[in-house]
Design a binder for this molecule. Sequence first.
Ligand SMILES: [Zn+2]
Length: 417
Amino acid sequence: MSQGINNGSALCRFCGSPLHHTFVDLGMSPPCESYLSQEQLNAMEPFYPLHVYVCDQCFLVQLEQYMSPEAIFCEYAYFSSYSDAWLQHAKYYTEMAVERFKLHGASQVVELASNDGYLLQYFVQKGIPVLGVEPAANVAISAIEKGVPTLVKFFGEELAREMVTEGKGADLLIGNNVLAQVPDLNDFVQGMKTFLKPGGVITMEFPHLMRLMEENQFDTIYHEHFSYFSFFSVEKIFAFHGLKIFDVEELSTHGGSLRIYACHGDDTSKVAGNRVDELRERELAAGVADLGLYSSFDEKVKKTKRLLLDFLINAKETGRSIAGYGAPGKGNTLLNYCGVRTDFIDYTVDRNPYKQGKYLPGTHIPIFHPDKVKETRPDYLLILPWNFKDEIIKQMSYIRDWGGQFVVPIPEAKVIG
Ligand SMILES: [Zn+2]
């Protein structure tokens, strides 16, 4: 297997064992949310390794932490509310949770990494008390403006104890796409255990490592994502902190996510359902507890890079123009790893006004308002947030008026007819 042996300093974020086995090495990359202004283009940019390891003891796939969480999250460019599909997902979740967990005007719903209030706003509409915890001040302000009370803090055991002392606690504790981004995983999960009321429920959504591997989603690896979870690893981590996973759903969001439902380990009112056993067995059969499963991924990723470059080179050789759609973190991993700059892609567009007028980190591809596509009529539109490709193809279907075509880079470069 490809074994980049590290310098021996890195230890597993969960179990503390030394990390020796490479999962994938994407080389050096800038922090993926560090969009640049024009004035910053001539300045030095920090690049950090995107070298992911798998622990040979607990099989947690993980990236070393190179930057402080404060540096990453204090001004976060990702506003959840800019995606219609994600808002719809949040709305459906709210309907389900209110009914399944019998939430009412005296319940307390808490979301960790509540972003701009994209989810909690739907609980507010139903008259259910909410609290958001969000470390990025700029997105938290947007939540507060929506009427979602939000604490601008990092969550962990210390904050959980502080809030419990003040008589707070959660009946429903939500964490969507946050677990991967927690540098001190044990402190965070212990904090959830502390903050959960007896009889309360935790639900968390995170990208499923098995799908990442199966569908070659290496571009979802970035410095902000420290851990990549199988059901196997997350169940082990929760059990260590006295939490029991009693249900799990496989969702299509973010290229394939898990939604886990957890409670206190001694809560006998919730019995683990079939889906938990079924998924656990399916992962074991796929080799989730065997290093062999992880060792082949690096080569698969290199092959995807060659396929994308083949497509781009061919398009340019035949005189076609290519623009990007979206400026997501995953696009930055992809473009930096593949070395794709304005030599291939003239520009990209994004609906998020915060990103318009800026440049992608590393590659310096300019970001415009989506109307730019109408003006320049590119032959190809490369969809970087491929997890929203259906929504984007619908929004941008007018490119077909001039014979434009959509391209997705993952799981391999493909033109959508
Ligand atoms: Zn480990």
